[in-house]
Design a protein around this ligand. Structure first.
Ligand SMILES: Cc1cc2nc3c(=O)[nH]c(=O)nc-3n(C[C@H](O)[C@H](O)[C@H](O)COP(=O)(O)OP(=O)(O)OC[C@H]3O[C@@H](n4cnc5c(N)ncnc54)[C@H](O)[C@@H]3O)c2cc1C
Length: 466
C-alpha cells in the first residue's frame, strides 16, 4: 500500500531526510516548514535580498573541505564565477582568499554560506525532481508544526494555522535551540538575534554610534562581517562582551594541509582519561608545528571507523565527552577573526570579559549591564546591541521539539546537556524520527561533539536511510 511520509523542517537535515529516503512509486512525501520554498537552506544557508550590502557576507565556519569535499571541488571548478560574484564586495573576501586561491587551495577557503546554500539547494531540487519522475508525490507546505500525536492507524501533525496532516511515518528536523535571552534584548536599541533583523539594525547604525555584541561564538563573527558590509572601516566601533573574554581562534589551514594523526591504543574507563590523552597528543602536535585546524580534522577522523564508545565503552562516561571536546577544539572563520584582530590594533574592535545581566534603554542608547571578572557590576553604553550569545544551557527549542521533550519522545542527556534519540533517530513514538544539531547521542552511539555541522548531520541521515 502507498505510504505517506511527512518531514518537518526546511533546512539541510529536512532536505536530506526527504531526498535520501527509499520510496516506492505512488508513495507521498509532504515537507512542512515556513520557508519550505527554500528547502535545504534553513537559517544557516539562507539567501539575502540581491541588493542587501550584507549579501554573501556570512561565511562558513570551517574550510570548504570540512563542509563538503564536493563543494570544495565545485569552488575549484567555478572559481571564475566566485570572482565575478565576490568582486567589489566589502569586506574583501577575494583579497582574504588570495593566499589560498593563488596556490589553488580552494578547499581551504571559508566560502560564503549563501553560496554553499545555492550549491546544496541545486542538488536538493534535482533529487526532488528525480523523486517526482519516479511517481513519488512530493508536496511542500509552508507552515509551522506545533504538535504530533499517534493513534492506532497513524500519526497526526498539527500546525500553527490549524491544519492537520496524517502520515504513516514522520521525520522531524526543526533545527537547534534558540539564543538564550537577556532582559531588554528586544528593547528600543537591542535585537534578540542578528538573522532576520539586518534591515532595522542597519538603519539604526546609519546615524552612527557603536555596536555591542553579546557573546563571542560564531554569530559574533557574522555580526562583525555584517557591520563591515554596511560601514566603512573608519566608522567601525565594535565591542564583544562575553564570559570568556576572548574571541574564537581561527581555523587556518597551512598550504600543505595535513590532518594530525592521533594514536589512541586500547580503551579508557573514564571521559577524563580519554580527554587527558587527546589533549596531550594535541599539545604535542601543536608544539611540533601543527595548526589547530589540522589537529581538529585529525581528531574527528578517529571517530569515523570507531565511535566514541570504541574508545570509552561506558555509555555514561562516553556522553561526558561532547561538551569539553567541542570547547577544546572550537575555532572559527579565519577571515573574520583576522579582521577582528586587525581592527583591534586600530582600536576599532574590543572584547570585554563579562557576564551580561540585562540591558536597559534610554531615548538614545542601550546600557548593557554585566558582571566583570571580579564580579563587579559594570555598564557599557551602546548605540545598538545584538544578542549573539547562542543557546547556552537554556535549551529553548521550537514548539514541536519542546512538546516532544515534554511528552518524553526525546530526552535531554544528563551528561552532555544535548538531546538523546534512539537508533536511526527513532523517538519513543513509533514511526517518528528526530535529528538536529543539538543531538549528542543516537541509540547506543555517542556523538564526539554536538552536530552543529552540515556534513555530519547529512551523513547521519544518510546512515538512517541506508
Ligand atoms: C547562523 C548559523 C551558521 C552556521 N554555520 C555553519 C557552518 O558554517 N558550517 C556548518 O557545518 N554548520 C553551520 N551551522 C550549523 C547548522 O546548524 C547546521 O549546519 C545545519 O544547517 C542545521 O540544519 P538543520 O536542518 O538541522 O537546522 P536548520 O537549518 O536550523 O533548519 C531547521 C528549519 O526548520 C524550521 N522549523 C523550526 N521549527 C519548525 C516547526 N515546528 N515546524 C516547521 N518548521 C520548523 C526552521 O524555521 C528552520 O528553517 C550554522 C548554524 C547557524 C544557525
Amino acid at each position: 500500500m502507498p505510504q505517506h511520509h511527512i518531514i518537518i523542517g526546511d533546512g539541510v537535515t529536512a532536505a536530506e531526510f526527504a531526498t535520501t529516503r527509499k520510496c516506492n512509486p505512488d508513495d507521498s512525501i509532504t515537507i512542512i516548514g515556513r520557508d519550505v520554498a527554500n528547502l535545504g537552506r534553513g537559517i544557516a544557508y539562507a539567501s539575502a535580498p540581491a541588493d542587501a550590502p550584507w549579501r554573501y557576507a556570512y561565511l562558513l565556519n570551517s574550510p570548504a573541505r570540512s563542509v563538503d569535499i564536493d563543494f570544495a571541488d565545485w569552488i575549484n571548478k567555478n572559481w571564475d564565477y566566485m570572482v565575478e560574484v565576490m568582486s567589489g564586495r566589502t569586506p574583501n573576501w577575494l583579497e582574504a582568499a588570495k593566499h589560498y586561491s593563488d596556490a589553488g587551495e580552494f578547499a581551504s577557503l571559508n566560502a560564503p554560506r549563501e553560496i554553499f546554500g545555492d550549491f546544496y539547494r541545486t542538488r536538493v531540487l534535482k533529487k526532488i525532481e528525480a523523486l517526482r519522475n519516479s511517481s513519488v508525490k512530493v508536496t511542500l507546505v509552508a507552515a509551522h508544526a506545533t504538535r504530533i500525536e499517534r493513534d492506532g492507524t497513524g500519526i497526526t501533525i498539527h500546525t500553527e494555522d490549524l491544519q492537520q496532516f496524517r502520515a504513516d511515518s514522520v521525520d522531524i528536523a526543526t533545527g537547534g535551540p534558540y539564543n538564550k535571552r537577556f532582559d531588554g534584548d528586544d528593547g528600543t536599541h537591542a535585537y534578540p538575534e542578528l538573522f532576520g533583523n539586518e534591515y532595522p539594525i542597519a538603519e539604526k547604525l546609519q546615524t552612527g554610534g557603536n555596536l555591542v555584541c553579546i557573546g563571542s561564538g560564531a554569530a559574533s563573527l557574522d555580526l562583525l562581517r555584517f557591520y563591515q558590509s554596511i560601514k566603512p572601516e573608519s566608522q567601525i566601533d565594535f565591542a564583544v562582551i562575553s564570559t570568556t573574554g576572548k574571541i574564537l581562534r581561527a581555523l587556518r589551514p597551512p598550504i600543505n594541509f595535513k590532518p594530525t594523526p592521533f594514536t589512541l591504543n586500547g580503551t579508557f574507563s573514564t571521559a577524563d582519561d580519554f580527554l587527558k590523552e587527546v589533549f596531550e597528543q594535541q599539545r604535542m602536535a601543536l608544539e611540533a608545528g601543527a595548526t589547530l585546524y589540522e589537529t581538529r580534522v585529525g581528531l574527528r577522523s578517529i571517530f569515523l571507523d570507531k565511535g566514541v564508545t570504541g574508545y570509552v565503552p561506558n555509555l555514561t562516561e562516553a556522553r561526558k565527552i561532547a561538551r569539553p571536546l567541542f570547547k577544546h577544539f572550537e575555532g572559527g572563520t579565519r577571515d573574520s577573526i583576522e579582521d577582528f584582530h586587525a581592527l583591534e590594533q586600530q582600536g576599532r574592535t574590543q572584547v570585554i570579559a563579562g557576564n551580561v545581566q540585562g540591558i536597559t534603554h534610554d531615548a538614545d542608547h542601550a546600557h548593557v549591564h554585566y558582571l566583570d571578572e571580579n564580579m563587579q557590576a559594570q555598564t557599557f553604553k551602546a548605540c545598538v546591541v545584538v544578542n549573539c550569545a547562542g543557546p547556552g544551557l537554556e535549551n529553548r527549542f521550537d514548539d514541536l521539539t519542546t512538546n516532544m521533550i515534554n511528552q518524553g519522545l526525546i530526552n535531554i542527556c544528563d551528561q552532555s546537556g544535548g538531546l538523546l534519540v534512539g537508533e536511526h533517530g527513532q523517538t519513543t513514538m513509533q514511526g517518528v524520527r528526530y535529528l538536529g544539531p543539538a543531538v549528542t547521542s543516537i541509540g547506543d552511539s555517542v556523538e564526539p561533539v554536538p552536530l552543529y555541522d552540515a556534513f555530519r548531520l547529512r551523513r547521519a541521515v544518510q546512515r538512517f536511510n541506508s
